[in-house]
Design a protein. Structure first.
Length: 116
């Protein structure tokens, strides 16, 4: 699982940015990353430089590693990245990888190691 803290490029309203981000994900991510099991886009508010969070669920670390190579080594990956640059401040939108999580409820605690 990964989370990207998303900054938009100047000149976009929040609504226009979210519409553009959603259309990009439909046009590129569903085709280029079919192994992602969940691609959730969330707009956020508060005292933060970020306007959104992208949550991606990957079946394994190999899939995530292959994605980095896809962006660097293929024409389709370069086109995908170029489209991101038109609306997202990608250089200032850090991605973090979840290595462990705890799902806690009144009836149980489930700890899962996810990566690493």
């Amino acid at each position: 699982m990964s989370f990207t803290l998303v900054k938009k490029r100047e000149g976009f309203s929040d609504e226009d940015f979210f519409a553009r981000w959603t259309s990009h994900t439909e046009a590129f991510d569903l085709k280029d990353h079919p192994y992602i099991t969940l691609n959730r886009l969330m707009m956020i508010m508060g005292d933060t430089p970020y306007v959104g969070i992208a949550e991606n669920h990957w079946p394994d670390m190999e899939s995530l590693t292959l994605t980095a190579a896809f962006y660097e080594n293929t024409d389709a990956g370069k086109a995908h990245w170029a489209d991101l640059l038109t609306f997202m401040d990608i250089d200032n939108s850090p991605t973090v990888i979840v290595t462990k999580e705890a799902d806690i409820s009144a009836t149980r605690t489930l700890i899962t190691s996810l990566a690493g």
